[in-house]
Design a protein around this ligand. Structure first.
Ligand code: C5P
Length: 334
């Protein structure tokens, strides 16, 4: 039996613009994603018996998460009394083949002809249905971890193909390619993703980027948010935010942010509006929803202010709030 443990980071979409709808039902988009230092712990074991299993739990405990999510934002209670906020669906963790991480392992086994067993253990700290990429990151971590344990390690290109089949955000979490593009950074936290999100160009980033992330007690289905969106007549360009990231200018990064999915998500989840307002009210800058929501993030002056702001948000009922900063992703087989 051999095991490996990988820390699977969350991501934020600093920029997300829709370009069109494709015949396969997906949307063509341009998005700038940044990996952040909030991690699920993913342990992958290659077993000596043929059983294939997955066990998931919330860290530090389900009870702690239930308690944090039940602190309902006070000003929102008129619109949605606490009794109507059922936190348990937010904390449902899919088991077996319903879990993307399990399917990632199965597909890698199938593609490499490995017919042995595996055991996956997930300790979750990334909220689900939040636009933070938790499930996608866990799946990428399983691909990385199991790849390192197989008797004949697969090529990075196979991992990328499997990642793209598993979901639009999974390839991002495999990190920059090891060798194909000499100009690409060897480790990077930021990528411009195109296509349905699976085509990636990792880009340089400088400077500190102290952020605060919060998860309102309401999750959103990616498919529902996309189903509720309107395509722009004239899409924006990611060039300004990419140049602000390269220059390390936080003020400009914040000013260039956008998310075309924010409006349809706000219509589906009223807590998002309340969270954005609260972030602004406590002095955070340029609050924005990430991905298809429902988590939001905002900029702080420095890491100390970010930690203070996370505590303020908790006190105001947004129990799952934390300070975050970019963290580089290694290449797929690192
Ligand atoms: O790729 P993933 O499985 O994460 O996407 C979930 C759903 O979100 C898709 O079935 C699709 O309805 C929608 N989606 C989309 N355009 C994208 C990504 C996702 O319409 N670029």
């Amino acid at each position: 039996m051999r095991s490996t443990t990988i820390l699977a980071p969350a991501k934020l979409n600093l920029y997300l613009e829709l370009l069109g709808k494709r015949p396969d039902g997906y949307h063509e988009l341009e998005t700038v994603m940044v990996a952040i230092n909030r991690f699920d712990r993913v342990r992958v074991t290659r077993t000596d018996h043929p059983d294939r299993t997955i066990a998931c739990r919330w860290s530090p405990s389900l009870g702690a998460w239930q308690q944090q999510l039940r602190r309902v934002p006070t000003a929102a209670t008129a619109a949605m009394p606490p009794s109507r906020v059922d936190v348990d669906p937010l904390l449902h963790l899919p088991s077996g083949r319903d879990n993307l991480a399990f399917r990632a392992a199965e597909q890698l086994c199938q593609a490499t002809g490995w017919d042995g067993g595996f055991m996956i253990e997930l300790e979750k700290t990334i909220p689900a249905g939040a636009g933070l990429g938790g499930a996608s990151s866990d799946a990428a971590a399983v691909l990385r971890g199991l790849a390192a344990l197989l008797p004949k390690p697969p090529q990075a290109v196979l991992l990328r193909e499997l990642a793209a089949e598993l979901g639009s955000d999974v390839p991002f979490f495999l990190g920059p390619p090891a060798h194909t593009d000499a100009a690409a950074p060897r480790q990077s936290a930021v990528a411009l993703a195109t296509g349905r999100g699976e085509r990636l160009r990792f880009v340089p980033r400088r400077g500190a980027l102290p952020l605060v992330v919060a998860f309102p007690p309401q999750s959103l289905s990616t498919a529902r948010v996309y189903g509720n969106c309107t395509l722009p007549a004239k899409p924006l360009s990611p060039a300004p935010i990419l140049s602000a990231l390269a220059a390390g200018n936080q003020r400009r990064i914040a000013a260039c942010q956008t998310n075309r999915l924010a409006k349809p998500a706000r219509e589906l989840a009223p807590f998002i509006h309340r969270l954005l307002q609260t972030m602004r009210a406590i002095g955070l800058h340029q609050p924005q929803m990430t991905g298809s929501g429902s988590a939001c993030f905002a900029h702080a002056e420095n890491p100390r202010v970010a930690r203070w702001a996370a505590r303020r948000l908790q006190a105001r009922g947004f129990g799952v709030s934390f300070a975050a900063t970019p963290c580089p992703l290694p290449t797929p087989l690192q």
